[in-house]
Design a protein around this ligand. Structure first.
Ligand SMILES: *Cc1c(COP(=O)(O)O)cnc(C)c1O
Length: 361
């Protein structure tokens, strides 16, 4: 057996070992089926049980009411940047975007091709080191929706509250914190998430959409870009990404077994605290995110110089840790510690941080 190292990558990201082992065990022939999941028809009873099981666990985990549809789409979160406004923003209509990082900006850029977009708040002047407070949001009560990015993967910030947008539906890009903590779906009209951070390998995008928003899709919409197609056909209009959905099904079972979103949320709090406490206790490591906006999923920090940062990444690599180099827009170090990232990996990181500070600080 090859040894696994600690994978701090931002996405695609670490999956639960038990899930990988089960997939490996059953890869050549699913029990009772005699064919690989890679070979079966998406219209087979076997796949039907996989996708239905995934949907049932998603509904159970987040307590999703019946007036929401759960869709398994392709094209990543990036296609949702377009699909959301194409479906729910009337041509020439208005929408508010809250800009908390690069992904919010990319989402806004696509929406601008459809309607009139207003920046309801932005923390770009502070290099996205924090999430704006409710009092900073300049919301238009006539907007078709308000778009938020719940966790900012690159900058390491996360909303600690559900913003109040009144009667205006909220659309959330939850790619990097979906199911990492309790989620009140009823506060949102549409939630989308590329699955490759917290739920599955790359190739599937989870979409949770409320009935009344489905009704907004304009007539003449291209079939594949229309949420109604996928809602009506239960994500089986065309061939869905069978394997990523199969793995997602296993990850969801693992999540239910781990006690659900409350339990995983507590576990993630504890894991992140280990790292933030180590950063706060040192004068050597400097956190990027402001304390009230700190992400539990992506922990970003700087060292005193870029040379030291390079050296630190190299040392970490020697100690069996990968994916720690920060995104160029923040620099420094980013430790992505999603649901499946083991606590021992964070303890190992903290330990080399202490040693590095002792010898280089
Ligand atoms: C990774 C990420 C994306 C992009 O996802 P793709 O599936 O690659 O399109 C979008 N938004 C956020 C918040 C992300 O973390």
């Amino acid at each position: 057996m090859t040894t696994r190292i600690y994978n701090f990558a931002a996405g695609p990201a670490v999956l639960p070992l038990s899930v990988l082992e089960e997939a490996q065990r059953d890869l050549v022939a699913l029990p009772g089926v005699g064919m690989s999941v890679l070979e079966i028809s998406h219209r087979s009873k076997t796949f039907d049980e996989i996708i239905q099981g995934a949907e049932a666990d998603i509904r159970k985990l987040a307590n999703i009411p019946d007036n929401y549809h759960v869709l398994f789409l392709q094209g990543g979160a990036s296609l949702q940047f377009s699909m959301a406004p194409m479906n729910i923003l009337p041509a020439g209509g208005k929408a508010d975007y809250i800009i908390t990082g690069s992904w919010s900006k990319k989402a806004m850029k696509e929406a601008q091709k459809i309607g009139q977009i207003t920046v309801a708040a932005s923390t770009e002047a502070e290099n996205f080191a924090r999430i704006p407070g409710q009092h900073e949001l300049k919301l238009d009560p006539e907007a078709a929706y308000v778009h938020v990015t719940t966790n900012n993967t690159i900058f390491g910030t996360e909303w600690k509250y559900d913003p109040d947008t009144g009667a205006v539906p909220m659309v959330a890009d939850a790619s990097s914190d979906i199911f990492s903590r309790p989620l009140d779906v009823t506060k949102y009209g549409l939630i989308y998430a590329g699955a490759q951070k917290n739920l599955a390998p790359a190739g599937v995008t989870l979409v949770i959409i409320r009935d009344d928003l489905l009704a907004r899709s304009p007539k003449g919409m291209h079939t594949m870009l229309d949420y109604n197609t996928h809602a009506k056909e239960k994500s089986l209009y065309n061939t869905p990404p069978v394997f990523p959905i199969y793995i997602m099904r296993l990850v969801l079972k693992w999540l239910v077994g781990a006690g659900g979103l409350e339990a995983i949320g507590r576990r993630n709090e504890e894991k992140a605290k280990l790292l933030y406490d180590a950063i706060d206790a040192s004068g050597f490591y400097r956190p990027h995110a402001k304390p009230d906006s700190r992400s539990l999923m992506n922990v970003t920090f700087r060292l005193p110089s870029e040379d030291l940062e390079k050296e630190f990444v190299a040392e970490a690599s020697k100690a069996g840790m990968s994916g720690l180099k920060g995104h160029r827009s923040v620099g420094g170090i980013r430790a992505s510690i999603y649901n499946a990232f083991p606590r021992e990996g964070i303890e190992a990181l903290v330990s080399i941080m202490k040693e590095f500070e002792r010898t280089r600080g």
